[in-house]
Design a protein around this ligand. Structure first.
Ligand code: NAP
Ligand code: HSE
Length: 434
């Protein structure tokens, strides 16, 4: 059987998982790819670090040209992360006739058009299953299996770190800081975890899904996003009291008038599938016009689940399936029109609102008036006695659940409410996904 050499750019959490699968499952991979795949070279920053038993130290290099300029290396797996030098290395690998597998969603979300144009120019392909949802085959599902559908909506938990933190805070009573440190220790977080907790990583993934599901070339900056770093633990508790969990959701809703995209901590009804997704697991609910409701679930982060997707892509590249799909998809086509995005006048949802108000008569009434004037109907209200969460200025929390409301009207009403003298701090507003 013919051999095929590959090179790894990066041998960290994901790269070491890839090396492990290639080592432990080489017989199966050979059988399924029809080639004997050999890991020839792995690029790292620090050649002195202990890399375990799966890659011989003679294969570990710090000079990128030993991967990029080696004509025997046919496929490059980019699992180093970040924008530069990953972008330069990927462009270089493609120009030198190598196919590329990448787990790097930031790179695709920011430089997708340039990278796919380079692949097309040199007749190569780029495979990126691991870039969204870790081990969940959602890229293949949207690109191939659901290709007959107009996707109508996507509601997804796409960041394992954030879901791990939210689960650890609500189920295990950990503080935000301890939970984040644990997620980093377990290899779920990005090198810069701000990207996880501020919603940027989820927005990167949503930009990729938008390309696959809606042919929409959106930039990360076009996706409104709020992270879990803005969340307060009081809101997790009140949501629970109301029968909801809080998840960092990526939402996409298709309408002929415009595509609605957002990333935000969102209330989801306890007992529904998305609310039950715990720890580093991800889930993607896709509704298509033909297929109806579908749900994809699995580990969204971590060494082996992500490596499973990378090696699956590698096999696809080697047997030639990836190139067929890549060519047929025509991702980020040159000159594609700017996507038609929904304005906040077109966005409708139920909302969870929390106000910190002075404990005196009339304040609740004036808030209800402002909401009523904006056409926002209240579904339920809870008001607690002053408690430990409340400021030392005798304010009390007031939690309101609305019926379906128009986002732009709600925001105008909240701006007015926040100016009322009885309202002590800026209001909290979270969407509710039914
Ligand atoms: P990581 O643990 O930080 O590993 C990065 C690897 O790349 C390390 O081996 C590092 O070398 C090497 N590297 C980084 N910059 C380099 C440079 N300039 N030159 C040479 N080598 C360099 O990262 P990771 O968690 O494996 O993530 C890798 C990629 O996969 C990222 O794009 C990430 O977003 C994506 N991803 C990660 C997960 C996950 O669960 N971790 C899941 C899905 C996708 P040293 O070891 O010498 O520092
Ligand atoms: N940091 C990412 C996450 C890795 O936590 O989901 C998987 O893309």
């Amino acid at each position: 059987m013919e051999s095929l050499a590959i090179g790894l750019l990066g041998l960290g959490t994901v790269g070491s998982g890839v090396a492990r699968i290639l080592h432990d499952s080489s017989e199966r991979i050979t059988r399924r790819s029809g080639r004997h795949i050999t890991l020839k070279t792995a690029l790292v920053r620090d050649a002195e670090k202990d890399r375990g038993d799966f890659v011989h130290s003679s294969k570990i290099v710090t000079d990128p040209s030993l991967v990029l300029n080696d004509p025997s290396i046919r496929v490059v797996l980019e699992v180093m992360g970040g924008l530069e030098p990953a972008r330069t290395y990927v462009l270089e690998a493609l120009a030198r006739g190598k196919d590329v597998v990448t787990a790097n969603k930031a790179l695709l979300a920011e430089h997708g058009p340039e990278i796919v144009a380079q692949a097309r120019k040199y007749g190569r392909c780029v495979a990126f299953e691991a870039s969204v949802g870790g081990g969940i085959p959602i890229v293949h599902a949207l690109a191939v299996s659901l290709a007959a559908n107009q996707v109508l909506s996507i509601a997804a938990i796409l960041n394992g770190t954030c879901n791990f933190i939210l689960t650890a805070m609500t189920r295990d009573g950990l503080s935000y800081e301890t939970a984040l440190a644990k997620a980093q220790e377990l290899g779920y977080a990005e090198a810069d975890p701000t990207l996880d907790v501020d919603g940027t990583d989820t927005a990167h993934k949503l930009a990729i899904l938008a390309q696959l599901a809606f042919d929409a070339s959106v930039t990360t900056r076009q996706i409104p996003r709020v992270g879990i770093d803005q969340l307060q633990s009081a809101d997790l508790r009140y949501a629970d009291e109301l029968g909801y969990g809080v998840k960092l959701l990526a939402l996409a809703k298709y309408a002929p008038s415009g595509l609605e995209l957002r990333v935000a901590p969102t209330l989801v009804k306890l007992g529904t599938p998305l609310a039950e997704v715990r720890g580093p697991y991800n889930a993607v609910r896709v509704v298509g016009d033909a297929v109806g409701d579908t749900l994809f679930y699995g580990r969204g982060a971590g060494s082996m689940p992500t490596a499973s997707a990378v090696v699956g892509d590698l096999i696809d590249v080697v047997v030639g399936r990836s190139k067929l799909t890549f060519d047929a998809l025509n991702l980020w086509p040159e000159g594609s029109p700017a996507p038609k995005l929904a304005s906040s006048d077109g966005v409708r949802s139920r909302y969870y609102l929390r106000f910190s108000i002075a404990d005196k008569p009339g304040v609740l009434g004036s808030i209800a008036d402002r909401l009523g004037n904006a056409g926002i109907s209240i579904a339920s209200v809870i008001q607690h006695d002053p408690g430990e969460d409340d400021a030392k200025d005798s304010s009390v929390p007031l939690v309101v659940m609305t019926h379906i409301a128009v986002e732009s009207k709600l925001h105008s009403a909240l701006a007015e409410i926040d100016r009322l003298s009885g309202v002590k701090t800026p209001s909290v507003c979270l969407g509710v996904e039914e």
